[in-house]
Design a protein around this ligand. Structure first.
Ligand SMILES: [Zn+2]
Length: 100
């Protein structure tokens, strides 16, 4: 069995549960007009083990499994994410609008 990352601990389990309770729908499906329950709390900016990014709630988004898999694949393939969030900002964290 593969050893789980040390950040995916009890604290994360609690955060994840709370986040899904307040954000129960997949954000990508919602943008497309579909109501789909989210099961995954995704890190918008890959945390790569960085604790600050990992625990930063503004870096979270609720996704269903399907979107999580295709979103990450698309991001890995193209390096860009298509679409925008409810504020009209691109969901691509690498988009120039999201650079501060
Ligand atoms: Zn979805």
């Amino acid at each position: 069995m593969k050893k789980r990352h040390k950040l995916y601990n009890y604290r994360w389990q609690k955060i994840r549960k709370n986040y899904l309770q307040s954000n129960p729908l997949c954000v990508i499906c919602k943008n497309d007009g579909f109501i789909v329950p989210a099961t995954i709390v995704d890190h918008i900016i890959p945390h790569k083990g960085d604790e600050y990014l990992f625990y930063d709630e503004s870096n979270y988004q609720s996704l269903c499994k399907h979107c999580h898999d295709s979103y990450k694949q698309r991001l890995e393939k193209t390096g860009r994410v298509v679409g925008c969030n409810e504020s009209g900002l691109p969901i691509d964290p690498n988009h120039e609008w999201n650079q501060s």
